[in-house]
Design a protein around this ligand. Sequence first.
Ligand SMILES: Cc1ncc(C[n+]2csc(CCO)c2C)c(N)n1
Length: 221
Amino acid sequence: MSFTKELRQKANSIWTANHEHAFVQEIGSGTLDIEAFKYYMKQDYLYLIEYARVFALGVVKANDLNTMATFAAYLQSTLHEEMSLHRSYAQRLGITNEELEHTIAAPTTIAYSSYMISEAQKGSLAHLIAAILPCAWSYSEIGKRLATVPGALEHPQYGEWVRMYQDDEFEAIADWLCAKLDELAITLGEAERKQLEDIFLTSSRFEYLFWDMSYQQSHWE
Ligand SMILES: Cc1ncc(C[n+]2csc(CCO)c2C)c(N)n1
């Protein structure tokens, strides 16, 4: 079994909890409270700004030109495609660009994005990928599953979100990150593989906390 398939298996109970989380389920059924969705969009926008920085660090840590170019392309697509969905949603939901960029980050948003950046800075390219892989991979899985829920793709409020994450383009990003991590893991010993597993599990848990924070619309006070 490939290293990333092993990681997926070890994280299975966390990923199942993510699939079953009320926020995800209610995007699928179209019943999610719009205020929770607005909160999520604003926090996610802040998260994506930091995620984009990790792709930039991927350019710095890459060992060959192809890898550099791929991270650069993903940096570009995060800033201009994924984040433009957030901007267009926000506009429709009555959130201004100003408000999007000046939202106060909630504790989980800060913790998760700081964690990714810290692992990416401290570690090798493999550590960096282990930290961001659950984000790309779990959203692709969630998008594909929600796309099979009757009516989810056409829902006037949440359909655009489901259509975006079920797109093969996101699956391709997750697949590329998996292939890269599998390639890097071949030369690593047990201790380093265990570090990568811990990072992958931690980011998977942060994904859960992000859904939960959004469902509860958590604030500092
Ligand atoms: C909390 C949180 N986790 C994951 C994603 C999804 N995501 C983030 S970057 C990326 C790949 C390149 O755009 C994907 C799929 C999100 N939006 N918010």
